[in-house]
Design a protein around this ligand. Structure first.
Ligand SMILES: *[C@@H]1O[C@H](CO)[C@@H](O)[C@H](O)[C@H]1NC(C)=O
Ligand SMILES: *[C@@H]1O[C@H](CO)[C@@H](O)[C@H](O)[C@H]1NC(C)=O
Ligand SMILES: *[C@@H]1O[C@H](CO)[C@@H](O)[C@H](O)[C@H]1NC(C)=O
Ligand SMILES: *[C@@H]1O[C@H](CO)[C@@H](O)[C@H](O)[C@H]1NC(C)=O
Ligand SMILES: *[C@@H]1O[C@H](CO)[C@@H](O)[C@H](O)[C@H]1NC(C)=O
Ligand SMILES: *[C@@H]1O[C@H](CO)[C@@H](O)[C@H](O)[C@H]1NC(C)=O
Ligand SMILES: *[C@@H]1O[C@H](CO)[C@@H](O)[C@H](O)[C@H]1NC(C)=O
Length: 926
């Protein structure tokens, strides 16, 4: 009935909503086909995907492929510098870099006329399609330039007119710091053949930084001192023969830094004249930009160029030209759906989707004390994980945080803390066992992250959580002038970095923090070769490192580790994190103490299942009464015992019970209804096969739901109103709720089967009703035992349009993927509903769940902005489809009937649990 194709339609109907999903595309690790059953009470630690199934996202957007740019953007800041020869030809002798709309930077060496034909006179930018050419108005060489030893080899060319800044011509940004932390840099060369061509072509060579004082960097002109600190010494990563021919011509040495899912070139140095190419020397020296920032600015101001020091500041430069830079396609396409396109969206991701990441609120007396920016992560709706160092008492008086708080621009939502459990092996100052569990006073409506308890990571790419400037963390296609410079949690993608490589790089990331105790078993590193513009992301201690994983057909975030140290969220330098897996046993002991004995004495606990017992075995009910295992309907006292809360032993499953000797009913014989129900799967297999093949031929004839019945009452006007839904369980029996059958004071007279969603009314069957049987203990007040059997006057004809579905008979577990079938204004809809543990249900519902009731919540997939919410109607059938891979319609099981519950998304939905009434059904359906 609920065929896969129908479900897909259903899913798309379920979520007509704006969605943002900024994380990496979820991974499938072979668990997507799981169809787990959830026990009535929590038994295992790794149950997150069942317990929070209702939040699982079951729909993904595949991003459209990105439109290629008209013109490449990688060299939009590179200028060809030429000298006009006699007769209007231009010889392109050097390259420079555009730093402002009328200023190009190059080496001083390039501006002298030694061996060249006069000073540079013309500059060409852009291309290949849109080329802009300007004349040089003034050459400004560094006053202390020394051609002999290459000191201060830097010069500016002021152009006669501004260039038009657009996608093909954009100034570079400048690395203004003296310190150059990058080990690998990009060196831009002209492709040799292009020297005389009117259109320059450029290429990038990867370079490695060398120690300027090292032997390799000694130059003939600087004797034994190496080169000065104002220069850089580099060599190509891969040496090649052509390197010998390469001569200095003002080439930029740059680093492309990431921001806004794009990269901007940052000019680090300019090829200077040292190490001249008299011998084939692969090492090259560069004049660093950083030490010349003041000279540069002074020149620009003197020339009345409309630029301020502020404009050149890296963050401002990155931001100003963000819309014109080349995007990092792979960083966009590896995400599911949209990335935020402006600061407001970054803010809203933080506000709506990162609610599960919180900070800590301290009592006001310690609020002023300097402390690390720390985060915690919800791992269930009442538990937050963080680092021990984030919550240990901050003063000798032992003050600890009082609440967790999710801070957004508009409000701070705080939740009081009940208890803090620090790992007993934690010692302040060490990174060992640096973990703590924070229990809140009450459950919060937050979609928690699941704990990844396995040692291996399922994928090497992760979402790392840090804090960054809003305006550097969106994907701008157009320039937005945003004045709010907010800082928010952001989740860049990062790569796993082997401990062997990482452990040698840890010194420079410690800041003032102790890195004592870092070790391979407990800690993990993440890093990428890409560097970022400072301000894009800073590590937040305790923040989660995670990935969405497909489990049971929905996507759940799994947190692998918590950040403990790092500066750049792994960009360029490693971020170190504390793995959760080694602490899984401790976490389990704190979060799920004594799983077996934690259940209160509930009505449930009076039922004991003994799988070792079979029919006719001798048995005990545990209170001294001895008996024998017999089918439920043969035992006269079981129902009474259950009602009184006395212990009942089930032999194997719910259909065979331990019955005291005197209570066994004689001469009951075999029950034909039970035989029929027990063989349901096989009995209708051929019909399901046939429906499948018929549907493949003519889909339009098989849109209906073949097991769903409608129950009708005659009206005064002679018409029949079908006001209740039911489920056909044998050719002559329909199940529905007792409450629904009381819709009218008189009894219903007719049932219609196969009509829901039917395209052709001739495929529908109508039968008159012989009798209806409400459960004798149905309580209209509490809704307990809300079940009824409708017996038809004669069995219906069974065919591919209408035939019985099966009953779900497991009374200890419920499927996690259930659908309620309902109608609203003549339209049928499927509402995904998920079960709750009984204890958790009763906490929310504040009433006791009867054994014959099940507790559900409607799905509200994470990050779906507006979940379409429809009310269920009493009697609506709740089904589970046993998915198999065969070319056959899967067996559909009736799990429950909707009994009652509010309409809201967070309202508990109470269903009549069919498995509990299996014996009542077989006894009363006869
Ligand atoms: C860039 O500017 C130049 C000069 O104004 C113009 O010819 C060209 O069309 C522009 N290109 C784009 C892509 O806007
Ligand atoms: C810059 O502007 C000032 C004042 O407007 C003017 O006196 C000066 O000559 C200008 N300098 C140049 C190099 O244009
Ligand atoms: C949230 O808390 C922070 C720190 O206590 C405070 O500076 C900020 O003003 C608060 N924001 C709002 C909207 O209340
Ligand atoms: C780690 O180091 C080894 C040996 O130096 C090197 O081969 C490997 O590429 C490095 N791995 C990464 C991810 O950098
Ligand atoms: C380290 O501590 C000193 C003194 O408390 C402080 O000035 C400095 O900024 C800190 N460094 C870092 C990287 O946090
Ligand atoms: C109920 O389902 C659970 C989980 O699949 C299974 O372990 C258990 O044996 C089932 N019980 C019965 C009576 O079939
Ligand atoms: C689901 O179908 C499979 C294959 O037919 C069967 O083995 C399995 O027992 C069924 N599961 C339940 C819970 O009925």
């Amino acid at each position: 009935m609920v065929s896969r194709s129908v479900l897909l339609v259903v899913f798309s109907l379920l979520s007509q909503s704006i969605e943002a999903f900024h994380n990496l595309y979820p991974i499938d690790i072979g668990l997507s086909e799981e169809d787990p059953f959830m026990p009535n009470e929590r038994e295992v630690f790794d149950d997150c995907h069942m317990r929070y199934m209702r939040y699982g996202k079951d729909e993904l957007e595949v991003a459209d492929s990105l439109e290629p740019y008209d013109e490449p953007r990688d060299y939009s800041h590179i200028a060809a510098i030429g000298r006009r020869e006699t007769g209007d030809t231009i010889e392109w002798t050097c390259i420079g870099t555009l730093i402002w709309d009328s200023v190009v930077i190059t080496s001083a060496h390039c501006t002298t006329d030694k061996g060249l034909n006069g000073a540079p006179s013309v500059v060409r930018l852009g291309g290949p399609k849109y080329v802009q050419q300007r004349n040089v108005k003034e050459v400004i060489r560094h006053p202390e330039f020394s051609p002999s030893d290459g000191q201060h080899d830097i010069a500016l060319l002021q152009l006669d007119r501004k260039v038009a800044i657009n996608e093909t011509v954009v100034p570079t940004c400048l690395w203004l710091w003296d310190d150059v932390p990058f080990d690998k840099l990009d060196y831009i060369v002209r492709i040799a053949a292009s020297k005389e061509q009117q259109l320059a072509e450029y290429a990038t060579v990867d370079m490695t930084k060398l120690n300027v004082k090292g032997e390799e960097c000694l130059s003939p002109t600087t004797s034994q001192k190496g080169i000065p600190d104002s220069q850089l010494c580099v060599k190509p990563v891969e040496l090649d023969q052509n390197g010998c021919k390469d001569s200095p011509e003002g080439n930029p040495l740059q680093m492309r830094l990431l921001h806004n899912f794009k990269t901007s070139p940052f000019l680090v140095g300019i090829r200077s004249s040292s190490f001249t190419s008299d011998s084939c020397n692969p090492r090259r020296s560069f004049t660093k930009i950083g030490p010349y920032r003041d000279w540069l600015m002074q020149v620009l101001l003197e020339r009345n160029v409309s630029v301020t020091p502020d404009n050149l500041f890296p963050i401002n430069c990155a931001r100003r030209f963000a819309s014109l830079r080349p995007r990092a396609d792979e960083l966009i396409t590896e995400r599911n759906g949209e990335v935020p396109i402006n600061s407001i969206q970054v803010e809203s991701v933080h506000e709506r989707e990162l609610k599960y990441i919180v900070q800590f609120e301290w009592p006001s007396e310690v609020e002023n004390m300097a402390r690390l920016l720390c985060a915690g992560t919800f791992v269930d709706q009442q538990t937050v994980l963080t680092l021990a160092e984030c919550v240990v008492p901050s003063t000798p008086r032992g003050v600890q945080p009082i609440a967790v708080v999710h801070r957004t621009r508009f409000r701070n939502v705080s939740h009081p803390i009940k208890s803090i459990t620090v790992h007993p092996g934690y010692v302040e100052g060490s990174q060992r066992n640096n973990i703590a569990v924070v229990k809140l006073q009450s459950n919060q409506e937050v979609v928690p992250a699941c704990i990844w308890t396995h040692d291996a990571l399922p994928d090497s790419r992760v979402d790392l959580t840090g804090a960054g400037m809003n305006f550097l963390n969106n994907y701008q296609e157009l320039f937005f002038d945003e004045t709010e410079f907010g800082n928010n949690l952001v989740q860049p993608a990062m790569d796993y970095y082997p401990w062997e490589n990482c452990s040698t790089e840890l010194d420079h990331l410690s800041g003032n923090r102790s890195l004592e105790g870092l070790n391979k078993n407990e800690h993990l590193c993440f890093r990428s070769d890409q560097w970022i513009v400072p301000g894009v992301c800073k590590d937040v201690h305790g923040a989660p490192i995670l990935r969405y994983i497909n489990r049971a057909g929905a996507y759940f975030k799994y947190v692998y580790a918590l950040t403990i140290a790092g500066q750049t969220c792994g960009y360029g330098q490693p971020t170190v994190a504390m793995k959760l897996a080694p602490h899984a046993a401790w976490l389990r002991s704190v979060i799920l103490p004594n799983p077996s004995s934690s259940g209160r004495v509930s009505s449930e606990s009076v039922i004991v299942i003994n799988p070792d017992l079979k029919r006719s075995d001798e048995c005990s009910n545990g209170d001294g009464t001895m008996g024998i295992c017999v089918p439920y309907e043969l035992c006269l006292s079981t129902k009474e015992r259950l009602r009184k809360g006395e212990r009942v032993t089930l032999c194997t499953d719910g259909s065979v019970v331990c019955c005291p000797w005197g209570d066994i009913a004689r001469n009951s014989g075999t029950n034909p209804v039970r035989i029929e129900l027990d063989s349901c799967e096989d009995r209708y297999r051929s019909i399901r096969l046939q429906r499948y093949s018929d549907q493949s031929e003519d889909e339009s004839q098989y849109t209906n739901l073949p097991h769903v019945a409608e129950i009708g009452w005659p009206q005064n006007n002679g018409r029949i109103e079908f006001d209740c839904m039911g489920f056909l369980i044998t050719p002559a029996l329909v199940l529905t709720t007792a409450r629904c059958l009381e819709t009218y004071p008189h009894k219903p007279t007719v049932a219609r089967i196969g009509s829901v969603q039917a395209a052709d009314p001739s495929n529908v069957v109508l039968r008159t009703i012989r009798r209806v049987r409400l459960h004798e203990d149905y309580d209209p007040q509490t809704g307990e035992n809300n079940i009824a059997i409708v017996v038809l006057t004669a069995p219906i004809e069974i065919n591919a349009h209408h035939f019985p579905g099966c009953l779900f008979r497991n009374n200890t577990h419920l499927p996690t993927r259930q659908f309620a079938i309902s109608e609203d204004e003549q339209r049928t809809f499927f509402e995904k509903v998920s079960p709750l543990y009984r204890t958790e249900c009763e906490e929310r519902w504040t009433e006791t769940l009867a054994p014959g009731q099940m507790c559900l919540l409607k799905a509200q997939p994470e990050s779906v902005f507006r979940v379409s919410n429809k009310c269920l109607n009493m009697g609506d059938v709740i089904v589970w489809e046993n998915r198999t891979q065969d070319d056959i319609f899967d067996v559909v099981y009736l799990v429950g009937l909707f009994s009652h519950g509010g309409c809201g998304l967070n309202n508990i939905q109470i269903g009549t649990r069919i498995s509990f009434y299996y014996d009542w059904i077989t006894t009363n359906g006869k």
